[in-house]
Design a protein around this ligand. Structure first.
Ligand code: FES
Length: 168
């Protein structure tokens, strides 16, 4: 059903938690602190639905200062090479990854201390994760963030080849 469907082209990102839960994530409010988001789209009847019933759909969104985001981040899938979205489930065992309080732009998984660099395509810096967090391509419309395609690499939870191939 639509609430478990993965992020789709045209979905708008909304806050997954906190006082603005369910509200649109505004490009103008983002910073180098993680904002967790879900995609909001429409079901087959055209009714708006937040795709929050599959844990693989949770996203991490950042805005970095110009020049901070570097390859292997796919810069053409970011907004102005400053705003970037990743799947927020650790590629090791699926926990939600948070900010590393010690270093801006680094992420830390509380389950087994996996570390990622959100400024460099969420490459793995340490710990057991076998792969980067998957980047989700986005664009800006007004002050909203809009999904332009599927994850650029396989998210945790898409373990079966057929799951993945349906979307690439
Ligand atoms: Fe993240 Fe194990 S689930 S390091």
């Amino acid at each position: 059903t639509a609430d478990v469907a993965p992020p789709m082209k045209g979905d708008v990102l909304v806050h997954a938690e906190g006082p603005n839960q369910g509200q649109v994530v505004k490009a103008s409010e983002l910073s180098d602190k993680l904002v967790r988001a879900y995609p909001k789209g429409r079901d087959s009847k055209g009714t708006e639905v937040i795709r929050d019933k599959d844990p693989t759909n949770i996203l991490a969104v950042y805005k970095f200062a110009p020049g901070t985001l570097k390859e292997p981040t796919k810069l053409d899938a970011t907004i102005d090479a400053q705003i970037v979205a990743y799947g927020d489930r650790c590629t090791h065992a699926g926990c939600n990854v948070g900010d590393d309080p010690k270093t801006s732009g680094h992420m830390f998984c509380p389950c087994h201390s996996g570390q990622y660099d959100a400024t460099q395509g969420c490459r793995v810096l340490g710990g057991p994760p076998p792969a980067p967090l998957p980047q989700l391509p986005i664009k800006q419309e007004g002050d909203q963030l809009v999904v332009t395609g599927f994850f650029l690499s396989r998210p945790y939870g898409f373990n079966k080849e057929e799951d993945w191939e349906e979307y690439i």
